[in-house]
Design a protein around this ligand. Structure first.
Ligand SMILES: Nc1ncnc2c1ncn2[C@@H]1O[C@H](COP(=O)(O)OP(=O)(O)O)[C@@H](O)[C@H]1O
Ligand SMILES: [Mg+2]
Length: 266
């Protein structure tokens, strides 16, 4: 079996005259915590959208290899097909159903994956009742896993930022993914919540065996969590390596860390 869960080869993505990804090549190993960093507009979200079938790059190839050893060529696939193959994601802007409880949000994730669909999961026809007990048990297990069991019946809109980010992780896990893509999971959280999120993300990989691909602006969190990083700038990969290698890379310091450090000092 390929040791790489993702192989990205020479991917170029354009929107009119804008080149969002420019000849990007990278690989992600099964079981690793990998981060993609870079300044605003570097192409990080475009890469996520390309990996999940949301965007269709004009050039290159993206291969996902599942645990069963089957390779799936992502470009040209519909997003739900990619999700069913084992690729889950959270979004940069929270996409919870804010009027529903934490329990309901995770359960929708579990049931939409079973092919019942969001609407089916909500109206609960006779066909959906069969799988319901399984979904309920999985939902409780996942809420427990992310530390939200006591808040299962709280309306999502009234959860703290940190709790909402954890709820999104639970919902992502409800589809039983092989890899979880996290787009700025710590956005809007306070320092204490950031530490808890770091621990939770590591636990997702260590305990559930889910590979993690992370986009994050908070350098402290990224450097603490990622085993390897790629750095994007203006749509191109300008560096890759371990946290220590990235910290010492001149091009990175110039493109990203320098400006981030300056911003932090302000
Ligand atoms: N759907 C889109 N339509 C047009 N341009 C887009 C679209 N998505 C991304 N871009 C452009 O691609 C570039 C990279 O954006 P993005 O991937 O969001 O960067 P990042 O997540 O690193 O901040 C930006 O110039 C952005 O405007
Ligand atoms: Mg982004």
């Amino acid at each position: 079996m390929s040791e790489n869960i993702f192989e990205v080869r020479n991917v170029t993505l354009r929107f009119g005259g804008v080149v969002s990804l420019n000849d990007v090549s990278l690989e992600m190993r099964r079981g690793e915590i990998l981060a993609v960093i870079g300044p605003n507009g570097a192409g990080k979200t475009s890469l996520f959208n390309s990996l999940t079938g949301v965007y269709q790059p004009q050039e290159g190839s993206i291969t996902f290899t599942g645990r069963d050893g089957k390779a799936l060529s992502i470009i040209g696939q519909k997003a739900h097909r990619v999700a069913n193959a084992g690729v889950a994601r959270t979004f940069q802007a929270s996409r919870m159903f804010s009027a529903l409880t934490a329990f309901e949000n995770v359960k929708i994730g579990a049931e939409s994956h079973r092919g019942i669909g969001v609407l089916g999961a909500m109206v609960r026809g006779p066909r959906t009742r069969r799988g319901e007990k399984d979904s309920d048990a999985l939902t409780i297990e996942l809420l427990d896993f992310v530390g939200l069991r006591a808040k299962a019946n709280v309306i999502s809109a009234s959860l703290s930022y940190g709790d909402r980010r954890r709820l999104e992780i639970a919902r992502g896990l409800a589809t039983n993914p092989q890899v979880l893509l996290l787009d700025e999971p710590a956005a809007g959280t306070n320092p204490a919540e950031k530490i808890e999120l770091t621990e939770l993300i590591r636990k997702v990989r260590d305990v559930r065996g889910v590979s993690i691909l992370l986009i994050e602006h908070d350098m402290k969190l990224v450097m603490a969590l990622a085993e390897r990083l790629y750095v994007l700038n203006f749509g191109s990969v300008i560096a890759q390596g371990t946290p220590d290698e990235i910290r010492a890379n001149d091009a990175v310091i110039e493109a990203y860390l320098g400006s981030a450090a300056t911003a932090e000092e302000k």
